[in-house]
Design a protein around this ligand. Structure first.
Ligand code: MG
Length: 416
């Protein structure tokens, strides 16, 4: 199923008062827009990403968007948010079934939220992430004039009040109806409202308190403080500080955060008539690895390492090879799901180091693509993934070209 994410980044963010659009401001050294785009471009179920930018930025985009690959397309935005989303939808591939809309100013979105929105839209046609109100909600009486006192008109039941976030996910036809209504003159602050007005029921799924929208200087300061504290709830994690003294004999400070380390190993037989998939990359070869899934031994070893690091068992426990759901499954998708399990336990991947032992084919030309796929699945930077190829010097099953083995070590960091 094709799923496209439209990142609404066409606004200027005037409330922040910065010289550049707010989505270009950095958090922990990374532009907010890059964090947001990476969260979707690195998601295994998101096929394409359409980024809607202010026209001048679209004409001269930042390098990280140009380097983002063919999955990311850039489009100029319109006057209002709904005009920008309409421009984005016009650029969505016709085969796309589900379209996600997300604010660039919510850079802490994570894979779990994206999954929830997609799953609910597949089932119900339209769904948004939202958080239930925790404060008592008062509605002003509407009779207040400028400068005068404000009075309560009504108190709502907070159990029924949800604060809308993005991602918002729609079957393509539902979003097309919403966009048409917007173009006919109906104004809405989100696509869900326009979909409702177009007669569609929109489902609420659980959002996250971490999925904040950065609109004020206080929001930006909060996001910066999360970064400085060492845990970016929805994105990558900053690197360990480099010790001032002799690095060879100094242990890097954890900054008060917990680390967990895990090790993984896998071994698969090579067989004719199978694809060779390693690290989520199809490698041209006359044989492939044998197994219930796509038999991507590198993903399996890394999955065991990240699950093991937080005491969450192993790949066989979560994705058993006697379960028909996982027959022919994409192992990069299993790794992405494993990282969701890890995040639910309060951890994020910090970095991974792995070794593939194979006599043939030559892996070096494919390692950058593997690192990129693995980094996307684990929501880390590509620099935080290391893959090394080794041979077995012609010895044993691996040396005879009958099998491939993979070893991996993963370091997790507690989300502070
Ligand atoms: Mg395996």
């Amino acid at each position: 199923m094709l799923t496209t994410a439209i990142i609404a980044a066409g606004g200027r963010g005037r409330r922040l008062g910065a010289a550049v659009p707010k989505q270009l401001l950095t958090i922990g050294g990374r532009p907010m827009l890059q964090m947001t785009v990476d969260a979707f471009a690195g998601h295994a179920r998101v096929t394409d990403v359409v980024v809607v930018l202010p026209p001048d930025v679209a004409a001269n985009p930042p390098d990280y968007l140009l380097r983002a690959g063919r999955r990311v397309r850039l489009v100029a935005g319109g006057e209002r948010r709904q005009d920008s989303v309409a421009n984005g939808l016009a650029a969505v591939d016709e085969e796309t079934e589900i379209v996600l809309v997300h604010d660039a100013a919510r850079p802490f979105v994570d894979a779990v939220l994206i999954d929830r929105a997609i799953d609910a839209a597949v089932e119900s046609g339209a769904a948004i992430c939202a958080v239930q109100a925790s404060d008592t909600v008062k509605v002003a009486d509407g009779r207040t004039t400028a400068g005068a006192a404000t009075w309560i008109g009504e108190t709502l039941s907070r159990e029924l009040v949800f604060l809308a976030q993005t991602p918002q996910a729609f079957r393509r036809s539902v979003l097309a109806d919403a966009v048409r209504l917007g173009q006919a003159g109906v104004a809405g602050t989100d696509e869900a409202f326009l979909a409702e007005q177009a007669g569609h029921r929109v489902r609420l799924v659980e959002g996250s308190a971490r999925n904040i929208k950065i609109t004020s200087a206080e929001d930006l300061a909060l996001a910066q403080s999360w970064s400085a504290a060492g845990g970016l709830p929805g994105g990558g994690l900053p690197r360990l500080p480099i010790p001032d003294s002799d690095a060879s004999c100094t242990v890097a400070s954890s900054g008060g955060c917990d680390f967990r380390i895990g090790v993984g190993y896998d071994f698969h037989r090579l067989a004719e008539g199978r694809r060779l998939v390693l690290g989520g990359v199809d490698i041209p070869f006359d044989r492939g690895l044998l197994g219930h899934s796509d038999a991507d031994a590198l993903c399996h070893a890394i999955t065991d390492a990240v699950l093991g690091a937080c005491g969450a068992g192993d790949i066989g426990r979560h994705f058993p090879d006697d379960d028909e759901r996982w027959r022919g499954a994409s192992s990069i998708e299993l790794l992405r799901r494993a990282v969701c399990i890890v995040r639910e336990r309060g951890f994020a991947v910090h970095n991974v180091d792995a070794v593939v032992v194979a006599e043939r084919p030559k892996l070096a030309p494919h390692i950058p693509a593997m690192a990129e796929r693995l980094a996307g699945a684990m929501q880390v930077q590509v620099e935080d993934v290391s893959v090394k190829g080794k041979t077995s010097e012609g010895l044993g099953e691996i040396g005879r070209g009958e099998a491939v083995a993979c070893h991996a070590v993963a370091l997790l960091k507690k989300i502070c």
